[in-house]
Design a protein around this ligand. Sequence first.
Ligand SMILES: *[C@@H]1O[C@H](CO)[C@@H](O)[C@H](O)[C@H]1NC(C)=O
Length: 222
Amino acid sequence: MTDAVTRIGVVIFPGFALLDVAGPMQFFNSLSAIRPFELSIIAKTMHPVSTTPPETIVLDNKHQFIGQAWLPTHTFDNVPDLDIILVPGGFGIRDETIFNETTTFIKEQYPKLKYLLSVCTGSIMVAAAGILDGRKATSNKRAWSLTIKHKTVNWIPKARWVVDGNIWSSSGVAAGMDMTYAFISTIFSPDIANQLANAMEYEPHTNPDWDPFCEIWKVTSQ
Ligand SMILES: *[C@@H]1O[C@H](CO)[C@@H](O)[C@H](O)[C@H]1NC(C)=O
């Protein structure tokens, strides 16, 4: 199975959270030095996609936001076959058009994938795609009220990350790195995961139940 997992796609949209993508990709970038890997960066169009929240999103302190643009390699309508898709979250998901378009893409792609990974509020779009129905998942604790609107999912309040079948979901932002460490450890090997983490000088949390942010953001139940 390990050898078959070689093609990863990352979905980006205006207002995606940088570390949701960059954290996991630091692992996969390094992994590609020792295993064959192909990366597709997928967006609605081929235009650069900024982490700056789109104009449609009204945030009190929006004028303070800076952002960085990433370059897509493929559009939603033109993706190669993929083994893994990584879905980030971020303020952009609060835009209904972005949310709907990304959700539609996830729904179309999921049956063809070996694994679906979500970070932060990315799992809300995975839920809206209907593929988390009856399954366990988690999301950003600060955005929990938005998360639990999707009542068909068994949302786990206290979790750094959750695995259900071939869907891996992590808690907020930095948690995506711990999920990716665990994913690589499981799908490739613990040795490889450690090699990558050591090269990054990153000490991952390896207990999926470790989650102080559940209390910090006062998330106690659904
Ligand atoms: C997004 O999808 C929902 C649910 O299908 C729909 O009610 C809503 O009108 C859509 N919004 C936009 C902007 O497309």
